[in-house]
Ligand binder design. Structure first.
Ligand code: JD8
Length: 267
């Protein structure tokens, strides 16, 4: 039995095709992942299927009702049923990461609570935390209109780490940010450099010579240099976290404006 993923949303159609295509779709087809999408309005109590109401304390917009969410989650995650981790996407959550994706890939069951409007009444998370692990998770410092897109992103990041989902397992191992249980991932903490394929010359642009040299050591060194340069340029915040830098690494980083002394490396 693979990973079971339940999604609760007022837009169930949002998940129609994305969960049916590509790696994730194939994994679902093989039963490596079992998806269940639930329409929150099924638990609305009035003829208008109302799921939102005005915010206590005033302010803009509407807030999602605790009683509707409570009834939905109580039915989808029964107290005497299979344990589940509840994931609540929110801009005010902990940052999602590759390490979190690896952790979620090892879970038996995930339930994504996708909010809309100004968000879900805060008592829902409190109440659920009394009987299951609950993560409030953010994708990043920008504002979406709801939790659905965030849930899809997290589901793809988790799904590709499941056994058998990615063709040749090795490629998950040396992922950037390499949180998937491969501490020795060569690219751990680094952005990956550019990649190339045929034609060898395109619009008078040649593929870097080293990549067609057959010299695997030189290729690995070139790829690491490119990763170090790109990380220094695009994610300088990651440099301080780099470990086990060799002399050539420090040379490349110094050229990129990040002089890292051997002493620094020791600490
Ligand atoms: C869930 C409602 C919209 C958010 C008023 C706009 C995640 N990284 C992220 N950015 N935004 C979200 C996110 C936004 C959501 C909901 C996640 C539910 N909204 C609200 C507060 C301000 N509107 C997110 N993960």
């Amino acid at each position: 039995m693979g990973l079971r993923i339940d999604i609760v949303t007022i837009f169930p159609e949002y998940f129609g095709s994305p969960l049916g295509v590509s790696l994730i779709g194939k994994a679902a087809g093989r039963g490596d992942i079992e998806f269940r999408v639930h329409d929150l309005r099924r638990w609305a109590r009035d003829v208008h299927h109302t799921v939102d109401d005005v915010p206590f304390g005033g302010g803009p917009g509407m807030v999602m009702k605790p009683d509707v969410w409570g009834d939905a989650l109580d039915e989808i995650i029964p107290a005497d049923g299979e344990a589940a981790r509840l994931v609540v996407p929110t801009p005010s959550g902990v940052p999602f990461s590759q390490d979190m994706a690896a952790g979620y890939a090892a879970e038996p069951r995930l339930v994504f609570a996708c909010g809309r409007y100004e968000g879900i009444d805060g008592r829902v998370v409190e109440a659920m935390r009394a009987r299951m692990p609950v993560d409030e998770v953010s994708l990043g410092d920008y504002v979406l209109a709801g939790g659905e897109a965030a849930a899809l992103v997290m589901i793809e990041a988790v799904g590709r780490l499941l056994p058998g989902v990615l063709g040749n397992v090795s490629s998950a191992g040396d992922d950037s940010f390499g949180g998937d249980g491969d501490p020795a991932g060569a690219m751990r903490g680094l952005l990956e450099g550019p990649v190339y394929t045929r034609p060898r010359a395109w619009r008078e642009r040649e593929v870097p010579e080293v990549l067609v040299s057959g010299n695997h050591a030189a290729i690995a060194r070139w790829r690491r240099d490119m990763a170090l340069r790109r990380t220094a340029a695009y994610r300088p915040d990651l440099i301080a976290g780099l470990r086990d830098l060799d002399r050539r690494d420090r040379e490349v980083l110094a050229e990129a404006g990040f002089p890292v002394s051997a002493e620094d490396m020791a600490h």
